[in-house]
Design a protein around this ligand. Structure first.
Ligand SMILES: O=C(O)C1=C[C@@H](OP(=O)(O)O)[C@@H](O)[C@H](O)C1
Ligand SMILES: C=C(OP(=O)(O)O)C(=O)O
Length: 443
């Protein structure tokens, strides 16, 4: 464990560049490993979660290497040609690696054991086991459909048409990836849109993929099997989920004025910006452009007086990982913020509803926990008291970074039990924070 107290700071000023998008980075490695020939990836997130994906693809025959200049070069094996891994696939803390790779392997004639850390081993895999079993894969999981599990892929797999019972890009992607090596057409019906990086990237790699949007907004996504993927040059845009910590920090620390460069603004990911603006946050887009087929801009954020709001539950999928840090913004706002429809937060790296309720209460915020969200009575812009005891982060990087941000806007600081999980998605977080925001003691 690596505990640390995050102390109040002076204004956050300057420019920063957040690391590459985690979702796109996982998919860049996986799809490159399935293309025949050499793909080159720049801006890849070198966080532990993505490194777990890279190691898994290597163990199944792909050549995945980092060059000195930071470019990743992947020589893929071709769809259908992954090799049997010799050792269990260690997914670490990463739900995305686990669920997407289960999908990929489900239509390959392989057997693989998936293992993960204590947090990942509590997370439900039934949501992917169910459709992948329909496709012919055979999965023996631990009690409750959890890791460790053994997956035996089907050859040939059976194409299915599957309506998603939960709004999950991971489940959608698992089925589409399985569909690549399945004869015929595999369809996912998505009543509530979730992040669409898999669809965009599969098309970019040359897969035959169609998306039809029905009158009520339901998306019907179909991928053709026996796919041949072509190697690509990929430039990964900055991760909006990582940017969110600095957006909120800039909004709540008095006097702050920051520019966060190169932030991905795909509409299926940008809900937090909409909500923070609706709360009164000053967030300005500078130089909108395209990077790697995704909309990107630099974001200028300035300290703002925030007001509590009712967050539309329909926005949840477009900001699902940003709720912990949104709760911190709400704790500093004027008035009450109500969030609903967030049951999915209970099955992330930790139960993010319960864990954030406890952490914010420990830091002096007034919070009510409900089954599907939090009600938060803001401080009206006053600093939080901060924590006496240590906040438990339960191996959850987003809890750790959210409470670090809360510490910046507190009197006594916030002590968290373990900073190590931050490296799963944002290894440079603490260094960047230190550069922008000297602690008050040091001013
Ligand atoms: O597809 C992805 O890359 C992700 C999808 C989301 O998970 P769910 O599909 O479980 O909602 C998100 O929370 C996760 O961080 C990344
Ligand atoms: C939920 C997350 O990731 P994963 O599901 O990949 O562990 C996250 O990064 O917040």
């Amino acid at each position: 464990m690596r505990p640390r107290r995050f102390r109040p700071t002076g204004p956050l000023k300057g420019r920063l560049r957040v690391p590459g998008d985690k979702s796109i980075s996982h998919r860049a490695i996986m799809l490159s490993a399935l293309a025949v020939g050499e793909s080159r990836i720049s801006g890849l997130l070198e966080g532990e979660d993505v490194l777990a994906t890279a190691a898994a693809m290597r163990s199944m025959g792909a050549h995945v290497e980092r060059q000195r200049d930071g470019t990743w070069v992947v020589n893929g094996v071709g769809v259908g040609a992954l090799l049997q891994p010799e050792a269990p696939l260690d997914m670490g803390n990463s739900g995305t690696s686990t669920r997407l790779l289960m999908g990929l392997l489900a239509s390959h004639p392989l057997q693989a054991t998936f293992v993960g850390d204590a947090s990942l081993s509590k997370r439900p895999m039934g949501r992917v086991i169910e459709p992948l079993s329909q496709m012919g894969a055979d999965v023996t999981a631990s009690v409750g459909g959890r890791l460790p599990l053994i997956l035996r892929g089907a050859s040939p797999a059976v194409p299915i048409s599957y309506r998603l019972p939960v709004a999950s890009a991971q489940v959608k992607s698992a089925i589409l990836l399985a569909g690549l090596n399945t004869p015929g057409r595999t369809t996912v019906i998505e009543p509530v849109p979730t992040r669409d990086h898999s669809e965009r990237m599969l098309r970019g790699f040359g897969a035959d993929l169609s998306v039809d949007v029905e009158a009520d907004g339901t998306r019907v996504i179909t991928v053709a099997g026996d796919a041949e993927l072509r190697p690509q040059l990929i430039d990964v845009p900055g991760d909006p989920s990582s940017a969110a910590f600095f957006l909120v920090a800039g909004l709540i620390v008095p006097g702050s004025d920051l520019v966060i460069e190169n932030v991905g603004l795909n509409a299926t990911r940008a809900g937090v910006i909409e909500v923070l603006r609706a709360m009164g946050g000053s967030i300005e887009e500078l130089g909108r452009r395209e990077v790697g087929g995704e909309p990107v801009a630099d974001l200028r954020v300035r300290h703002s007086t925030l007001s509590g709001i009712e967050v539309d539950p329909a926005l949840a999928p477009s900001m699902i990982d940003e709720f912990p840090v949104l709760f911190v913004a709400a704790a500093l706002a004027q008035g009450t913020t109500i969030t609903t429809g967030l049951e999915e937060l209970r099955v992330k790296e930790s139960d993010r509803i319960a864990v954030m309720a406890a952490a914010l209460q420990a830091a002096g915020a007034r919070v009510e926990e409900r089954a599907d969200g939090l009600g938060i009575h803001g401080s009206g812009g006053d600093l939080l008291t901060g924590t006496e005891a240590t906040v438990e982060t339960h191996l959850d990087h987003r809890i750790a970074m959210s409470m670090a941000v809360a510490g910046l806007a507190s009197r006594a600081g916030v002590e968290i039990d373990d900073t190590r999980p931050i490296a799963t998605s944002f290894p440079a977080f603490e260094t960047m924070l230190a550069q922008l925001a000297p602690e008050e003691d040091a001013l």
